[in-house]
Design a protein around this ligand. Structure first.
Ligand SMILES: [Zn+2]
Length: 585
């Protein structure tokens, strides 16, 4: 695709006048969905079905056709809660020195019956350090037992372990004093093969981990807390036998509707809107409902209004536009997961995915100096910068004249919404949201607190965006295999960050004395430490014979407050290991 296509397309394409969206319409739909009668729209209950019926009736009334099989709006699937049979699930060592008891020494989940021998290794990575390439490679195909002091949010460790290819670790094993009283079960979509590690949710008690360590490896490995990253393989295999079983099944459905494209060829391509309709349901005692007005009645409402505007437009879009109201986002993005494996239009023909999840509030995060008063017009145009610079450029253009202040996310956020099921398939994706606030996932997320004036401007911006995407001759390119170098900048507790500060992260390629900038991002009002960041890298350009460095600088006006560096990162098969930068105490 020529790089000039956006420019060419904007000359050829004459947009029709955009429709107006009314605050009253937005308010009335949000208020309906947040009503106590839907009891918080828990996707595994009738309450979700009732909320879904309201949306389906609304779509029918607006004359927007269904997109699922058999002329239905409901795209149906089954969710299963699976676990293992505790009486037949065991872990023992091949040399028969140890035999572990399910529920006492360990728990795990498996969605299929397993009986095999595996290798395992203990791993220790001190803060600010990372595994060497040799160490990372040595963990391929093994169960990795991670020390508990490193399990809380150690982005550097988990990132460096997760995507090693072609043979990633079999699973990450955690251990703690006790196994806790939660049963080890998990939710899976029926008949959908799971990606990811073969063994999940494996937990050992601390006593079991220590018994393993003292029987085979080095007890002092735990006592001494090594200064450098260390890996200690267990010199015998573990024999893992787990018999999976289905505990409960839940009938689920997404709501899907479409505006069919008008161009005979381009109608086989689609712009996909997604917003989750489900929310958290009722409190455990059943007395309080979680209205989820912002999360995510707001996104559903904007999608419905955009669908109706396209339905009523005099000139129909050339490409098809699909509107999906996802189920099961709050329990694990299951609705969009199912769709991504059973799409209405192939994902390779899906020119963009526009995710609306929380689009009605003013970001209000006092501890991070991100005050609602400063955010009356602001909205995050999240993740597109990282996966499709073309799409990012387009949404910046379509935001012009809307009086919206587009913000970048500080990190990629892919994992926190339905976008996680589209980015891995190469669909250029945008995550639209208006940010955190004190009512997030609380009963206080009510319809009266939304900024409807801004919400309708966001709706208009996304209508314009979809209109461009559906009609222009070219389509935004996905940054093929784009990787992010994810990192965290940490500092001693109580390090004060003024509200006026900015933090800039720069990734350099170092070739002897020559340096060049690979990517740079500046976070305005970066908030308190630790500060997360994601820098874009092009795997094809990373070279083994170069080294890479990240510089972090925090400025307050012209005053430099802090700076830090993570140096000597090496390009390894197209990815850089996550980094942690530490402000010295
Ligand atoms: Zn949400």
């Amino acid at each position: 695709m020529p790089t000039s296509w956006l420019f060419a397309a904007s000359l050829l394409f004459q947009p029709q006048s955009a429709p107006t969206f009314l605050e009253a319409d937005a308010r009335s739909i949000v208020t309906e969905l947040a009503d106590p009668k839907y009891k918080g729209r828990n996707s595994m209950t009738e309450d979700f079905a009732n909320a879904s019926k309201f949306c389906v009736d609304w779509l029918k009334a607006a004359g927007i056709p269904p997109a699922a099989k058999n002329g239905e709006y409901e795209q149906r699937f089954t969710l299963q809660r699976v676990g293992v049979d505790p009486t037949t699930t065991t872990i023992s060592t091949k040399d028969k020195k140890l035999s572990l008891v399910y529920g006492t020494d360990f728990v795990l989940t498996a969605s299929q019956t397993v009986n095999r021998e595996v290798e395992a290794a203990f791993v220790w990575v001190p803060a600010g350090k990372s595994l060497t390439d040799v160490q990372r490679r040595s963990l391929r195909g093994k169960l990795v037992i991670v020390h508990p002091s490193q399990q809380r949010d150690n982005a550097a460790l988990l990132q460096s372990l997760a995507p090693t290819t072609p043979n990633p670790p079999l699973g990450i094993v955690r251990y703690a004093e006790t196994l806790g009283n939660t049963a080890a079960t998990e939710l899976v979509v029926k008949d959908l093969p799971l990606g990811g590690p073969e063994f999940r949710n494996v937990r050992l008690t601390k006593a079991t981990a220590e018994k393993l360590a003292s029987t085979y490896t080095l007890p002092e490995f735990f006592a001494q807390s090594p200064n450098a990253a260390s890996v200690e393989a267990i010199p015998t295999k573990l024999v893992v036998a787990a018999q999976s079983k289905v505990i409960t099944e839940f009938p689920m459905h997404n709501v899907v509707a479409k505006i069919e494209g008008s161009d005979p060829k381009l109608k086989n391509q689609a712009v996909l809107f997604g917003s989750h309709l489900d929310h958290l349901g009722l409190s455990t005692d059943g007395k309080v409902h979680f209205p989820g007005a912002d999360d995510n009645a707001s996104g559903v409402t904007a999608s419905l209004l955009i669908a109706r505007a396209f339905k009523n437009a005099t000139i129909k879009p050339k490409r098809t536009i699909i509107f999906s109201l996802w189920t099961g986002e709050e329990t694990g993005t299951f609705g969009s997961l199912y769709y991504s494996r059973n799409p209405i239009v192939n994902l390779k023909d899906t020119v963009a995915y526009l995710n609306l999840d929380m689009v009605g509030r003013d970001s209000d995060n006092r501890p991070l100096n991100d005050a609602a008063d400063d955010n009356r017009d602001s909205v995050y145009a999240g993740i597109a910068r990282l996966n499709s610079p073309d799409l990012y450029k387009l949404v910046k253009e379509t935001s012009q004249g809307t009086n919206l202040n587009l913000r970048d996310d500080k990190d990629d956020r892919t994992a926190r919404s339905d976008t996680r099921n589209f980015v891995p398939y190469g669909v250029p994706s945008l995550k639209v949201w208006t940010g955190e606030h004190p009512d997030y996932h609380r009963p206080g997320d009510t319809a009266d607190k939304l900024n409807y004036a801004k919400m309708v401007r966001i709706t208009q911006w996304l209508y314009k965006t979809a209109d461009r995407l559906a009609n222009q001759s070219g389509r935004p390119a996905f940054s093929e295999g784009a990787e992010y170098l994810q990192g965290r900048w940490t500092a001693p507790a109580n390090t004060v960050v003024p509200p006026t500060a900015t933090a800039t992260f720069t990734l350099y390629e170092v070739n002897g004395a020559r340096e060049s900038v690979v990517d740079q991002i500046t976070a305005v009002r970066p908030g308190a430490f630790p500060i997360r960041f994601a820098l874009r890298t092009d795997p094809k350009k990373l070279r083994k014979d170069r080294s890479y460095r990240v510089d972090a600088v925090m400025m307050d006006g012209a005053t430099k407050l802090f700076s830090g560096t993570a140096a000597s990162l090496t390009g390894d098969n197209g990815r850089l290991t996550a980094v942690e930068i530490v402000v010295p105490g």
